[in-house]
Design a binder for this molecule. Structure first.
Ligand code: AMP
Ligand code: GLY
Length: 429
């Protein structure tokens, strides 16, 4: 079967790499891809939002399954467009993807389904949000733009003054455009964050191993928020018991609630969780694989991903074999451009990729890279996701950073503390 992966990040490189290892995979195309997917698969020059062009390509190249990486084409209805042409595609429809694309929809659904989440209020103008904040006891709050804002529409505030400033940024200055037409003000939760992803066909779910992202830019979880500076799996904060609880009390009720709402969800249901002293609560849902969580997850997954996604599209996930995992942990360290998550320059030549690739149990997933005059150069903020397996999480971390050391370009940097929370938990430090 020919497969088409849509997107160009580290997640899509991991998807293309893993799908290509399936015995059922013939050609794997990536649109538009990066320098890494150009090696492990075949890139096609197309953009994520040219649905008609992608549909034409899928038809002309006998693509049997399309897999969508990022949220934007899902929110714009790429799944509906492919299905209308009789093409098989893995991902939620436009209305189901609202679980990620509208925080108001998500919170309402969670409340109705009695899924644990932070208490919240919804506002459609700045004045009423500010009145609400002034009337409540001063304290921490989280202010969120309703719509998609490239991961930037969430502002965690220490006090009322900061929350009012956040409301003005979102609802008056419209810093995130129409995403800020409505906003959600939430109670701020305390605890450790974790990601639990599941593949669902709308009736059955297959829960993946837990993972943990590192969203803040700098060591010790400081600095501005990013798309994710590293990830590891498993996340020891999510014990086996907790994982079952999350499946039973969070994921399954969400799948049912989506059906009741007339928006059956087929795709990756990604729960961003806060593990609070009162148990896990949902911070947000994403409607796709996480980037970079996808990289360590797929490095550990032994089962045939193409078979799983095909079963989901055919709504027969209840009939696949239980997933098998490499029991060894995987750690992914993101190497970024100087200036990220602010502005950065592109076009720096990346050296040392071959050396890194020779280390055992290492895979360097590309994100913002491209080939220019036969050389691999930087082309984005997050450039590489250097991923390694190890006997334990400390060894996986060591191996990932050994690979990072091989790689250089002008201004390259990374966090130095990826997986330290897991190591501390495992060693009781
Ligand atoms: P989201 O995009 O909703 O996951 O939010 C981005 C980040 O903001 C999360 O990863 C958390 O670190 C933080 N966050 C969001 N909602 C809350 C909350 N209710 N309490 C504490 N932190 C939050
Ligand atoms: N790593 C967080 C996300 O993919 O949204």
């Amino acid at each position: 079967m020919n497969v088409l992966v849509i997107g160009s990040g580290g997640r899509e490189h991991a998807l293309a790499w893993k799908l290509g290892r399936s015995p059922s995979a013939d050609r794997v195309f990536v649109a538009p891809g990066n320098a890494g997917t150009a090696t492990d698969a075949e890139n096609i020059p197309s953009t994520e939002d040219d649905f008609q062009g992608l549909i034409r390509f899928a038809k002309q190249n006998a693509v049997g399954l399309t897999v969508v990486g990022p949220e934007t084409p899902l929110a714009k209805g790429i799944v509906d467009a492919f299905r209308a042409e009789g093409l098989r595609i893995f991902g939620p429809t436009k209305t189901a993807a609202e679980l990620e694309a509208s925080k108001v929809f998500c919170k309402t659904l969670l409340r109705d389904a009695k899924v644990p989440t932070a208490g919240y209020n919804v506002f459609s103008d700045a004045a009423s949000a500010i009145r609400f904040l002034n009337a409540r006891e001063d304290g921490p709050a989280v202010v969120k733009a309703d719509g998609l804002a490239a991961g930037k529409g969430v502002i965690v505030c220490e006090n009322c003054e900061e929350a009012i400033a956040a409301v003005r940024t979102i609802a008056e200055q419209k810093s995130f455009g129409d995403a800020g037409n409505r906003l959600v003000i939430e109670e701020r939760l305390q605890g450790e964050e974790a990601s639990v992803l599941a593949i669902t066909d709308g009736r059955n779910i297959v829960t993946l191993q837990p993972a943990q992202d590192h969203k803040p830019a700098y060591d010790g979880d400081t600095g501005p928020n990013t798309g994710g500076m590293g990830a590891y799996s498993p996340a020891p904060v999510v014990t086996d018991d907790l994982l079952h609880w999350v499946e039973a009390k969070i994921l399954v009720p969400t799948v049912h609630a989506m059906n009741r709402a007339g928006r059956p969800f087929l795709g990756v249901l990604y729960a961003g969780l806060m593990i609070t002293p009162l148990g896990p609560k949902v911070l947000e849902y994403n409607a796709r694989f996480g980037d970079p969580e996808c990289q360590p997850l797929l490095m550990r997954l032994k089962s045939d991903l193409l078979e799983i996604l095909n079963a989901a599209v055919d709504r027969r996930l209840d009939r696949i074999e239980p997933l098998t995992w490499d029991t060894r942990p995987a750690v992914c360290v993101v190497m970024a451009s100087e200036g990220y998550p602010g502005s950065y320059r592109k076009g720096h030549v990346i050296r040392g990729l071959e050396e890194a690739a020779q280390l055992p149990d290492v895979k360097v997933f590309h994100a913002g890279t491209q080939v220019q005059d036969g050389r691999i150069v930087t082309a984005g903020g997050r450039v590489l996701g250097v991923t390694a397996l190890g006997e334990n999480v400390a060894k996986a971390k060591l191996q990932a950073y050994a690979a990072v050391k091989c790689i250089r370009w002008e201004g390259a940097w990374c966090r130095k503390d990826i997986a330290d929370k897991a190591i501390a938990r495992m060693t009781g430090r």
